[in-house]
Design a protein around this ligand. Sequence first.
Ligand code: NAD
Length: 490
Amino acid sequence: TEKPAGLIMIFGATGDLAKRKLFPSLYRLYKKGNLSEQFAVVGVARRPLTNEEFQASVKTSVENAIEDHKDLDDFVSHFYYHSHDVTDSSSYQTLKGIASDLDRHYSLEGNRIFYLAMAPEFFGTIAEHLKTDGLTDVSGFKRLVIEKPFGHDLESAKELNERIRKAFSEDEIYRIDHYLGKEMVQNIEVIRFANAIFEPLWNNRYISNIQVTSSEVLGVEERGRYYETSGALRDMVQNHMLQMVALLAMEPPIRLNTDEIRSEKVKVLRAMRTIKGDEVKDAFVRGQYGAGEMDGNAVPAYRKETMVNPESNTETFVAGKLLIDNFRWAGVPFYIRTGKRMAAKSTKIVIQFKDIPMNLYYGTEQTLNPNLLVIHIQPEEGITLYLNAQKSGQNMEATPVKLNFANKGTAGMNTPEAYERLLYDCMRGDATNFTHWNEVALSWSFVDNISEVWENTKAENFPNYESGTMGPRGADLLLEKDGFFWWPVT
Ligand code: NAD
């Protein structure tokens, strides 16, 4: 195993993401021996804390997330803290001193990762200061890891990109899309490109449609203020949903390396048919949750949540039909849907194959089930293939059977968490599972056309789905008018 040395500087180290994901992930890497002793972490946030207090809070977050925690004291001894105002130049000077000291003390080889885990309005400022105050003058590598959202639309994303590009080159920028760190999302490529039985069928001659669902049961929780300016289209579709579509639809890359994979994904996004103006209402459906019951408890409507406008026009659900205009996919709809307060927490991809040319097994009134390949991304991980086989004891009658592969049970161990993989990838300098600027820009231009219509027309029927359901009726109609339906994901 590679064990790259380096300093990891986390901006927003007292925040939710750092505590729930980053510290536990770093600890897992440490325990597996994927982090050498040549590492140090500097936590940066506003609150004044001593190194000891910070180390204690890192310990607590690891203990909360992981049962077995031996060597935890050794691990946290690598953590340091600096109380910092992100707009104050002198504070970066201090930080630079700390970084140089740690570099010598732990022999970090001049390698630095800057992880921005705080409110996006600071991303540009921090990147600029890192350069002007000398923190990016390093003898080893320097990398910037940046959380979502990357901009609010194409224009703001461009502006942000220009600011961070002053301090980091494109190949030093690691834009997080944590879906790309998930085991089964990475597995899409393996299923497609390592099996002789799928790739020959992976086109418009044999696939009738593809359905990508990412549903949550949670509502907006404490994120009302942010969510009001975002909505499901920006929060989920622009990044995670379109990334999954790109992986499903891309051509086989000539090599499985960062540049080749990214360039194939970019081609998919370029081939995606633009939907704008009047076309939006035919291809996209927006929803907002009303009150309802979840697990026997009454839950409030979105408009009643904290920091949410009582007449909010913000969508908490999106369904859409995407078309990819190239030889492989012409005529095959990719349906996507995502939302909050839905019936189940589930991320799944269903690939529906076309019907066989003629059905020999049933009379004309009864249909044979189509073959389906289901990729379960979360909470279960695995694949299911639905086939038809002879019904036992019967003559000439077919019955559906399921071939199931569950990732968890089989491997006999927990699959690594997305953040663990992504942090390790970044330390090794592998940017494959991060989004390139070209992907960000193309996804924003696609999504901007839809937001433009939605922002300028009030949704008359909001709220239009009850909490605890699979979304508004319109989402079903979207498929029904093409002769399809959403395959159940629960
Ligand atoms: P948070 O509000 O919990 O934490 C914000 C952090 O920023 C705190 O450590 C705070 O001290 C620091 N901070 C704020 N203002 C500062 C200032 N002026 N100077 C110095 N430090 C300052 O946020 P979070 O939930 O941890 O999210 C951080 C980022 O990660 C956001 O971009 C968010 O969109 C993204 N993200 C979070 C999650 C999650 O699960 N929480 C998931 C995906 C993406």
